[in-house]
Design a protein around this ligand. Sequence first.
Ligand SMILES: Cc1ncc(COP(=O)(O)O)c(C=O)c1O
Length: 499
Amino acid sequence: MMNSIKELAGKRDLLLNQDKMPLFDALVQYAKQDVTPFDVPGHKMGSTMTPLKQVLGEMTLRMDVNSMKELDLLSHPQSVIKEAQELAAAAFGADHAYFLVNGTTVGIQAMIMAVCKPGDTLLVPRNGHKSVMDGIILSGARPVFIQPEVDYHFGISHGVSIGSVERAIQEHPEAKALLITYPTYFGSMSDLQAICQLAHANDVTVIVDSAHGAHLPFMSDDMIDPISAGADAVTISMHKTGGSLTQSSILLVKEERVAPEAIQKLLSMLQTTSANYLLMSSLDVARRELVMNGSERLHQLRPTIDAAIAELETNSRYEVLKPDYVTKHFQQSYDWTKLVIRVNGIGLTGFDVYTMLKESYGIQMELAEGYVVMAVISNADTAESIGKLVNALQDIERRFGQQNVIMSTNVTADQVNQLVISPREAFYAEQESVFIDDAIGRISADTLMIYPPGIPLVIPGELISEEVVQQYHYYRETLGEVLIEAKEANHITVVKENA
Ligand SMILES: Cc1ncc(COP(=O)(O)O)c(C=O)c1O
């Protein structure tokens, strides 16, 4: 009883202290001291790197230091990193938070390895990010893929349905864990609360790739964040929508089903022993900013987004993906900070418009697909930045719009690739490089994908079908390049036959 009162008091203090930035403050204080460094990094607080110092400023380099007593150690946090992580855990409603310096990628790998031993079954959406596939290879988990909902009108995929999760759990009672992408890159959100209830009732642990959802707990709308929905472990890319520096993410854990010790051990294995303090301290600052001002800023932005969508759709053939549409057709909710704009109605591909926006209007979009371009809105946006995008799109339609509508079965290909051997077996098998057109019927040892969004067309262990090869050619022609590991052009690495 005493303990739980103490625990509650501790939690209350953490919630009350969200304006604090223990790690950032300690780092700034150290950087301001008159220290003679005989430790690494060898640039010695910027004394030898003039061009970098000129651009970044002296303070940035003085803050680029290594672990030491007063700045704590990421792999064994005892003081300021520990405090900063505890504040982050409280801000996101988790029991534990772990700072990551290799993005959500390393968090996903650690989550999978923590919940699946080699050979354990992991239920996973087929439109998962490359890091999920790599986590499967590293862990030796046996993936069972769940097909996501395909949207033929916008040419994208959404989250998985509760029905398909239910089927997967019924067909695989041995499943140890389920990975959900929430929200998807395009902003759709499955019914995570129902999915968690169903999974837990069947003793399946739920881990969540929330690379695009760091802002969710701070939305004033009725969007539920993964921890509140009941997830057991979640990784969020604070650097994507939470305001921290690129590469910095947070892994959140609820300890009922995921052992914090296992997570800490895995992160110590997978992450560098020289974690970057600029990245880590930016997590401390971004967490404070989200808690103190996040909701208000995002709330203020909503009418601006709604007005921009209305203006863009008036007298035009553009169409914007909206929450009502996603709910009506796919029974999923939608994160309105993603602006997915269907452009194939003006006779151009998403790739054409993406390039035009960059080259003629100085606008960098997040991604393009066959039918759409996507903008990510954050609380750093303003009516002015959003207005610039709307004006540019209107101008593109006026100047370059065609009468035809572009449609291609390659964009909405929803073939299910056959997994012949596990991704890990394929990874370690003897391999050879073959011409892509000759690869039909062979087992891939390569990951073939377009980036972004980084969702593989084929992964190691899957049979290369005619559709996969067709998609490869489509993306090469429309996009110019497809990411593939094989060195020679138009080649793919496959598993050697009879190997
Ligand atoms: C859905 C999804 N998951 C995971 C990642 C990996 O995140 P990070 O870049 O933080 O490593 C990404 C990156 O784009 C992503 O889109």
